[in-house]
Design a protein around this ligand. Structure first.
Ligand code: B3K
Ligand code: ZN
Length: 872
């Protein structure tokens, strides 16, 4: 934290380091308040960028000693967060630095800290500098040898990256372990863990015959919740071999689960550290979504071993090089193993709900940002999820074979290096002998492109013309934009619902149109009737689409599109259209058009008769777009009107479909299996309860599900009752809390449910939970469990015009600014969008931002966002 104005770093100022560190030996003597770290580095001057000073990064460290070539050295001084060493020997030398740090008081959960009695580390992006003074930047890659010393009884497991090469007992009940990592790595991939765990062990044999030991470390007593993550890891290893021909490269792969963790997980070489929420699962305590998420995150961290660790980033502006690509890989993993359509729906919801909003606010940035104050602020939906969409567009343009050729060349050229996004695109470009120069603009341009569509069918000539125009609104810090290369995948449906051939000049055309100019016309011939166009099939580009497609055509797509994703997408478009119509007409009692209700009814009849077999997909088709997704269509968000239209439409659905919803509930029973089919049944039952809870007709059934023994159904039932403000909600929530009082992860779910409460009393009830004996300001999962649902998906309570929701978030941020700035900075997001609300709300939200800005010790993390939000 800093009292002075933090300064920004710019991509354009990148310079190679003045020194390299080729080898690092760390000796770490663990103690809660005075852990001693001796760091012995082999330093080499970079002759291409010489300097007579070695400038190392370090934060919250007590410096005890500096030695050069085994002699005490005194020509150094500390300036802010840097140690500057002078009078250096020429070219190469050994530098030994002794420091102390205090893991016990490190509540930032960055660097070395204690999580419930276990030591662990988080170094990405710049946490290593809280462990020792170092060149803490990803283009400095060293081989690490690490010795850990700690009390043996308290910390029987001492872990670090690579292979254990030595261990033994020491005096005073202590012991040690020495680890060596054969691969050079940047400091952000360093990890150390010491604790008392239960271990689940397994092995995996790679295609080339290497046997890898797999070890999953969990808190004592949690072993029964580890097998799913282990099985997921083995599936990920196998999938990466089959689809990308990439094998694991060390003898051991370790995963440690800890309760105190800022994010989901971290891909440290050979020693992943995970938020326990992203590892632990069993069928009693976890939802189907938890199982799915764990598999995808275990996969994601594993896939980083190649895309991130073997080839890493030159500097942090290149973060999407590893994150966009690895998200793309984990999405493909989930899609190959499960339902491609559902995975695509999930990914697109994130884009439309969160990424488009980021693009529309003060934190808008390209997937390769140009200016950063606090790097932790850039682990964003833009860098990750839009980054993955950019990779997906490359995949769409080059095809699987071309994309894999590009990947091969990328590894061939850059294995063991720290490189840039341009290097990645160059490999894709060269391997395919193509020209990706216009495409590469996606890396540097912020904002969501808008594609406007006009269509024309001429029955005389049988020609159908699509006219597409791309426009790019200015975003924060980027007034001027270029035209991009936008892949537009299409399908044309006949009036019967059959796919029609795409032809011009008698030739069959590719289904992916390339929109590269500002406006282009695409003509299709030999069409005997007016086609219904499915555009941006599978969300082929991360854009917003403006297309006045008739409601009847949208519903035709819901019924007939070949892509299940596009069926859902058209349903969302139809519902958004209806919301917008109701808003424009300003009617007192908005009603869903009969045609929409008829389509939903038809879908449910299809389920009941067995025609619609993908129940999870139908469940998705039953929901309206979220409040945030709908908001993205308006420059000033009509909060109250949107809320009442959503309520009115949902009540319409409940009333009109109740006979079928009840019939579904009657016909489909949960068999408690962990299969996709059974999860589909549960997803559909959850959707039924969501609506039926409003009618009071199926309350006994719903109350029964709250205690059904399936966490998915239990949560869905409780959520339905909470949202409907049913009188039974408190009794059932109380029962749930008593039943799961000892399970931290399930208690988080209980906090989630509390934060979904509706009505005038809700905010008071939620505020009171900060005093709950199970609430902890230090545990990010707990803080987010309460704040996340309230601020992100409870707009009626959070955006209540009395401003108490904003004030509560302000109070939380003031507090977290001191305890855990990274967590604070993630929770502030809803306030940043203050300019998109009405004058009254603007004033109330802005007051909270100004309150933060006035804090004497505002963290860099919050400063960067608050300053942008206020000055935009
Ligand atoms: N690379 C980490 C995220 C680190 C976040 C630092 N604030 C997890 C991941 O994306 O795999
Ligand atoms: Zn990642």
């Amino acid at each position: 934290m800093t009292a002075t104005q933090p300064h920004a770093q710019y991509l354009r100022d990148y310079q190679a380091p003045a020194f390299f560190i080729d080898e690092l030996e760390l000796q770490v003597q663990l103690a809660p308040l005075n852990t001693q770290v001796v760091a012995r580095s082999q330093v080499r001057a970079n002759l291409e960028n010489p300097s007579d000073k070695l400038v190392l990064d370090g934060i919250d460290l007590t410096l005890l000693q500096v030695r050069i070539n085994d002699q005490a050295h005194s020509a150094y001084h500390i300036e802010g967060e840097q140690l500057i060493i002078e009078q250096l020997p020429e070219q190469a030398f050994t530098l030994e630095i002794t420091t102390q740090c205090a893991p016990e008081t490190n509540t930032s959960l960055e660097g070395l800290y204690l999580s419930d009695g276990a030591y662990c580390t988080q170094c990405e992006a710049q946490g290593f500098r809280k462990i020792t003074y170092f060149l803490d930047r990803p283009d400095v890659m060293a081989s690490y040898k690490v010795t850990i010393v700690a009390d043996k009884a308290q910390f029987p497991h001492l872990l670090s990256n690579g292979n254990k090469i030595d261990s033994g007992d020491l005096e005073g009940g202590k012991h040690f372990a020495t680890w060596q990592d054969p691969f050079k790595k940047p400091s952000y991939l360093f990890a150390l863990v010491a604790g008392d765990f239960d271990v689940l062990r397994d092995t995996y044999t790679t295609t080339s015959g290497r046997e890898v030991a797999l070890e999953l470390y969990v808190d004592k007593g949690n072993l029964s919740k580890a097998p799913h993550a282990m099985a997921s890891l083995k599936r990920a290893m196998q999938w990466d071999e089959q689809r990308f021909e990439l094998e694991y490269d060390l003898d051991v792969y370790m995963i440690v689960a800890v309760d105190f963790f800022n994010m989901g997980a971290m891909e440290n070489k050979g020693l992943n550290i995970f938020n326990s929420k992203c590892v632990l699962a069993n069928s009693e305590t976890s939802t189907d979504r938890d199982f799915h998420l764990i598999e995808s995150i275990v996969g994601h961290e594993y896939f980083h071993n190649w895309t991130g660790n073997r080839v890493t980033c030159r500097d942090w502006f290149q973060l999407s090089l590893k994150e966009g690509l690895t998200v793309f890989r984990d999405q493909e993993f989930s899609s190959d193993l499960g339902s491609r359509a559902l995975n695509r729906i999930d990914a697109v919801k994130v884009m439309r709900t969160h990424q488009f909003a980021e693009d529309a606010g003060p934190m808008a940035h390209p997937i390769r940002p140009e200016k950063v104050i606090e790097m932790n602020n850039f682990y964003t939906v833009t860098v990750y999820d839009k980054g993955a969409e950019v990779i997906r567009m490359l995949h769409t343009l080059l095809g699987e074979a071309g994309f894999q050729k590009g990947m091969k060349l990328y590894f061939q050229r850059h294995d063991g290096q720290a490189v840039t996004c341009d290097d990645f695109v160059a490999a894709m470009n060269d391997a395919n002998d193509t020209d990706l120069s216009q495409f590469s603009l996606w890396y540097g341009q912020a904002g969501t492109p808008l594609v406007s569509v006009r269509e024309d069918y001429d029955s005389d000539t049988k020609r159908y013309t699509l006219s597409l125009t791309q426009t790019h609104k200015p975003t924060a810090e980027q007034p001027h934009k270029d035209n991009l290369l936008i892949p537009v995948a299409i399908e044309l449906l006949s009036q019967e619902g059959q796919p029609m051939a795409l032809k011009r000049d008698g030739r069959e055309l590719d289904k992916v149109l390339h929109l590269s100019e500002q406006s282009q016309e695409f003509v299709f011939e030999q069409l005997d009737e007016r086609p219904v166009a499915v555009l941006f099939e599978d969300f082929s580009a991360p854009v917003q689409v403006q297309f006045a497609q008739a409601l009847a055509d949208q519903l035709h797509i819901v019924r007939h599109a070949s892509s299940d994703f596009s069926r859902w997408d058209a349903q969302q478009a139809a519902l958004s259209y209806c919301v917008n119509q109701a808003l424009e007409q300003g009617v007192q009692k908005p009603q869903l058009p009969d045609a929409v209700l008829a389509t939903l009814s038809e879908l449910l009849n299809g389920v009941l008769s067995g025609v619609e077999a993908d129940l999870a997909l139908i469940a998705e088709l039953l929901y309206l777009p979220s409040f945030d997704t709908l908001s993205s269509g308006y420059s000033e968000i009509p909060v109250d009107a949107l809320n009442s239209i959503i309520t009115a439409f949902e009540t319409d659905i409940a009333k009109h479909l109740s006979p079928q919803l009840e019939a579904v509930v009657e016909q489909f029973k949960d068999d408690k299996q962990q299969t996709a089919q059974s999860a589909g049944v549960r997803a559909l039952l959850a959707a039924c309860m969501y609506y039926l809870a409003r009618l009071d007709t199926a309350i006994d059934y719903i109350a029964e599900q709250a205690n059904s023994g399936s966490m998915t159904l239990s949560l869905a039932a409780l959520k339905a009752l909470v949202l409907a403000q049913h009188q039974q909600q408190n009794a059932l929530l109380g029962e749930f809390a008593r039943r799961w009082a000892d399970d931290v992860l399930v208690l988080d779910k209980w906090f989630n449910l509390q934060a979904m409460k509706q009505g005038e009393q809700a905010l008071c009830d939620i505020g009171a939970l900060f005093e709950h004996p199970h609430f902890s300001w230090q545990n990010p999962n707990r803080v987010r469990a309460l704040l996340g649902p309230l601020t992100m998906s409870n707009p009626r309570v959070f955006h209540h015009q009395d401003g108490r929701g904003y004030e509560l978030l302000g109070d939380v941020l003031v507090k977290l600014n001191e305890i855990n700035p990274q967590n604070a900075s993630r929770l502030i997001t809803p306030l940043l969008a203050w300019r998109r609300y009405d004058a009254g709300r603007q004033q109330l939200m802005c007051a909270q931002l100004q309150r933060l800005m006035a804090l004497p010790n505002l963290s860099k993390d919050l400063f960067e966002k608050v300053e942008k939000a206020l000055s935009e």
